[in-house]
Structure formats: structure tokens, C-alpha cells
Design a protein around this ligand. Structure first.
Ligand code: ARG
Length: 494
């Protein structure tokens, strides 16, 4: 029989063609076309393994390898785009096979030997996921580096630290910004770990039960730069943990961006006024001419919701599925793509917003006064002088009440009234009532004292450098190097 040029990959046992509405409904080409490069790489590795195992003849394998390499080169150059709607391709895998057949004829029909779309789709999706996670590590690192640079110039800019959104104790702006930096560093580590854990190749599991051909899954895995091979062919095609984990990692990153963005929204309000946004990163109102809204920040916060939704969606997708493969898995892609895309675009937007914000350290300093921020310092001072902490807490509470009734701060209380509330207080008590001094005095590890913040800046900087090194050091899969010029390099043929 001659090589089929169009139609589904599975026509033989069907007397009727698929209902057009169901073709439309089940078609994944509109979204899985972005896996085209990854699927081509998977196919290159599979073919080369088949050749090395003498499952394919050299002539057929070389024709397939050259054909796939050309497709890869043309796709990368933008000379070829995936458009298979008119030909009825049901997914990118069908598109590749049909396009290859159009180029090289009969050998294209041998590419799918000892392979199923079940291992094929997952290998492509794993390659995609690893690539996307690695680029998110880079973007996360970039943003954290930018925030770190802002922190560096504010080691002595003081503001209230908050608990319950009530003024608590003074901190420096650097200390506060570093809290966000460390959250991003943890995200970058998590992205990297998820990248590594996605490095288990399912190729060679075929439909679910492997094959009677003498496959070498470790070889195709190595060609694709995977560190591990599936331990069980059923799990290999039934496993989407890496998808859920990647979505979760992206969602948690979004949660961190959202908390930062929420702070921008809060801090740009007239009530706080800690931040001013440049016009380039603000938007106006269609009715209220005076408005200047932090809309990009609001949308970062809003988009965290959809990333979180994808995690729930993916877990719900997986929870009732019998082992091994089920078509439901096709639904993994849009959720994963959107979770990763949302994180990527939000990181980029956050960098622009961060660039357009001005910290109003004058307003921050003003806010240090008016919240009795020295209260804990005063209690600690009394403890140093022998008062048990609980008693000191009670005594300072009375002093706070006294200051409040006089309409002032603790620092405004006459020495006598402090002494009458706190019998262990002495003439030197005034020195602990200055909030800026209090922040400087907090030099316990990880605290706001400038020396401690300097240590943090240093260790955050080296954590970020290490992440950058990992990201830049990531090598393309060996098979990619061997084929990327569209030429099948001599040494790549055994
Ligand atoms: N297009 C599908 C996906 O995106 C793969 C094919 C589903 N069918 C199959 N028999 N494996 O996951």
C-alpha cells in the first residue's frame, strides 16, 4: 500500500470518518503546535536509537533523521509554520508525521515503530517543561537581582514593619525588600528542582507495555539530555506529576509576585504614600481625571488567581484516571502553558513596575512616629534592668495608655510618668524611645541592623549568582546539537 498523505494516524479499522464537530472538539493542534520543536527532538532521538539498535535500516533512519532535521531547521528559521487545520491533523504529532511523509515518502511511515503517542506526547511535554522552567529561573533571578539592587541603596531608610497590618517595629527598607528577594530565591530553587525532577524520559514505554523490539530507552533519554529513564512503562505514560508540580511551582511564584504587587497597590495609596509610580507604569480612569492607578500591579495580583486555578484543575484532571494513558491528559497542556506563561509575563511586568517606582523614604520615616513603635524596645530595656518580661510588657502597656490619653508618643511622655509606670526606668530611658535607634540595635541574625542586612545582601547575591550560573550552564540536549544546523552531523551517526 502506498504511503498515506493525509487523514488520521489510525484510519484502518474505521469505516466512517470522525464527525467533523468531534474532530474540532478533540483537536489539540491549536495549542500543542508549540511543542513542535520538542516533538521533533523526541523523534530524532527515537529514530537514532532505533538505528543503533538495528530496528531501522540505515537508509530509512538516515532519511528520517535528515527529514526531521530539516523540519527543525525550517521551524526555527520561521520558514515553516505548523498549519494543519485544513488537512485534518488532530495534533502536532500527526502534523509532523504527515509533513515528513510529504518530504521523504515511505520511510516516514517507519518513524513510529515501537512508539506510541502516549510516550511521544509526554516526552515532548517534558522537554518543553524543562525549557520553560529554566527560562523562568532566569527571569526570577533577574527580578530578584533588581530588587536586591534597590535594597542595597536603602540599608538606612527606616519604616515601620507591620504585623496584622498595624505598625509593629521599625525595620529598614532594605530589610523589607530582602524578604521579597528571598522568597524569589526560593522560587528559583524550586523551579530548578522541578526542572530536574521532570528529567525522567518516558520514551520507550510505547503505549504502556514497552515493546518486543530491543529498545534502549536509556539511549534516547541520554540523547535528549534526560538524567533518568522511566522505571515502569505503565507509570511512564500515566504520569503527569511533573505537569502539576511545574504548575504549582509557577503558582507559588505568582503568589509571591502577588504579595509584592499587593504591597505596591497599598503603598501607592494616599493613605500609605510610601511609593510613587512613574506615569509609564500607571494607568488612568475613564471618568475620574485625577486617578493614577497601579493597574499592572493589580493584574499581577489578579493573574495569581488563574495560576492557582490551573493547579487545582490539573490535580482534578488526574485524580480519577485509571492507569495508564487516558485522553484526559490532553487537557494538561493549556493549563500548564498558561500557568508558565502567566508566571513569565508577570515576572517581566513586575520588573517594569519595579523600575518605575520611587520609594518615598520621607513618608516612611514619618510613619515611624505615631504607632508607639518603641514599646517593645522599652520593655526590653526594662528586662535588661531586671524586670521580668511579662511585668515589663504590662508596665509599658500602661505607659502606652498614658501616652495615648495625652495624644502623643511614648517619647513625648515626661520622664516622671514613664518612671511611675515602669519603676526600673532610669534617666537614660529616652535613648530607647527613638525608633531609628531601635532598628539599628536589632542585630540578631537576619534582623534589620545594617550589619545584618549587609550579610543578607551578600548571601542573597551569591545565591543569585549560583542560580545564574546554573541557568547559563544548561546545555542543549546532545541530539539538538547534532542536528540543529539541519545537517545530520557525521559523528552523530553511529
Ligand atoms: N493530542 C494528544 C495530546 O495532546 C495525544 C493523542 C491522544 N491520543 C492517544 N491515543 N494518545 O495529548
Amino acid at each position: 500500500m502506498s504511503q498515506k498523505q493525509a487523514g488520521p494516524l489510525w484510519g484502518g479499522r474505521f469505516a466512517e470518518t470522525l464527525h467533523p464537530a468531534l474532530h474540532e472538539f478533540t483537536n489539540s493542534l491549536p495549542f500543542d503546535r508549540r511543542l513542535v520543536r520538542h516533538d521533533l527532538l523526541g523523534s530524532l532521538a527515537h529514530t537514532r536509537m532505533l538505528l543503533e539498535q538495528n530496528i531501522l535500516s540505515r537508509g530509512d533512519a538516515e532519511a528520517i533523521l535528515a527529514g526531521l532535521s530539516n523540519l527543525l531547521r525550517e521551524i526555527e528559521a520561521g520558514d515553516l509554520v505548523v498549519e494543519g487545520e485544513d488537512e485534518g491533523d488532530e495534533d502536532v504529532h500527526a502534523w509532523i508525521e504527515r509533513t515528513l511523509a510529504g518530504r521523504i515518502g515511505e520511510p516516514a511511515g517507519r518513524l513510529h515503530t515501537a512508539r506510541s503517542r502516549n510516550d511521544q506526547t509526554s516526552v515532548a511535554l517534558r522537554l518543553f517543561t524543562r525549557e520553560a522552567l529554566s527560562s523562568l529561573v532566569g527571569l526570577t533571578q533577574d527580578l530578584a537581582t533588581q530588587w536586591l539592587a534597590q535594597a542595597e541603596s536603602h540599608t538606612e531608610s527606616w519604616l515601620p514593619g507591620y504585623t496584622h497590618l498595624q505598625r509593629g517595629q521599625p525595620v529598614s527598607l532594605a530589610h523589607h525588600l530582602l524578604a521579597h528577594v528571598w522568597a524569589l530565591i526560593a522560587d528559583a530553587h524550586r523551579l530548578r528542582q522541578t526542572h530536574d525532577e521532570a528529567g525522567v524520559s518516558p520514551l520507550g514505554a510505547a503505549a504502556l507495555a514497552g515493546s518486543s523490539f530491543p529498545l534502549d530507552p536509556a539511549r534516547s533519554a541520554a540523547l535528549l539530555g534526560f538524567d533518568e529513564v522511566f522505571p515502569n512503562s505503565i507509570l511512564a505514560v500515566a504520569d503527569r506529576d511533573y505537569v502539576a508540580q511545574a504548575a504549582f511551582t509557577a503558582a507559588l511564584l505568582m503568589v509571591h509576585l502577588s504579595r509584592w504587587a499587593d504591597e505596591i497597590v497599598l503603598w501607592t495609596s494616599s493613605e500609605f504614600g510610601f511609593v510613587r509610580l512613574s506615569d509609564a507604569v500607571s494607568q488612568g480612569s475613564s471618568i475620574m481625571p485625577q486617578k493614577k492607578n497601579p493597574e499592572a500591579a493589580e493584574l499581577i495580583r489578579g493573574k495569581a488567581g488563574r495560576a492557582i486555578g490551573h493547579v487545582s484543575g490539573l490535580l482534578a484532571l488526574m485524580k480519577g484516571l485509571p492507569f495508564a494513558y487516558n485522553s484526559d491528559f490532553q487537557e494538561d497542556k493549556e493549563a500548564l502553558f498558561d500557568a508558565l506563561d502567566t508566571a513569565g509575563t508577570s515576572l517581566a511586568a513586575a520588573a517594569i513596575v519595579a523600575d518605575g517606582l520611587e520609594y518615598r523614604t520621607d513618608r516612611m520615616r514619618e510613619a515611624l512616629h505615631g504607632g508607639m513603635l518603641a514599646a517593645t524596645e522599652l520593655a526590653d530595656y526594662l528586662v535588661h534592668r531586671g524586670t521580668p518580661f511579662r511585668t515589663a510588657h504590662e508596665q509599658v502597656g500602661h505607659a502606652v495608655r498614658e501616652a495615648e490619653s495625652r495624644g502623643g508618643e511614648l517619647a513625648d511622655l515626661p520622664l516622671d510618668s514613664i518612671k511611675s509606670c515602669c519603676p526600673d526606668a532610669d534617666d537614660d530611658v529616652a535613648q530607647v524611645l527613638d525608633p531609628e535607634r531601635a532598628a539599628e540595635a536589632h542585630d540578631s541574625p537576619g534582623g534589620p541592623a545594617p550589619a545584618r542586612v549587609a550579610e543578607q545582601l551578600e548571601s542573597a547575591r551569591s545565591a543569585l549568582a549560583e542560580l545564574r550560573e546554573w541557568q547559563e550552564g544548561r546545555e542543549p540536549p546532545p541530539i539538538y546539537v547534532a542536528h540543529r544546523d539541519g545537517q545530520l552531523l557525521e559523528e552523530s551517526i553511529p
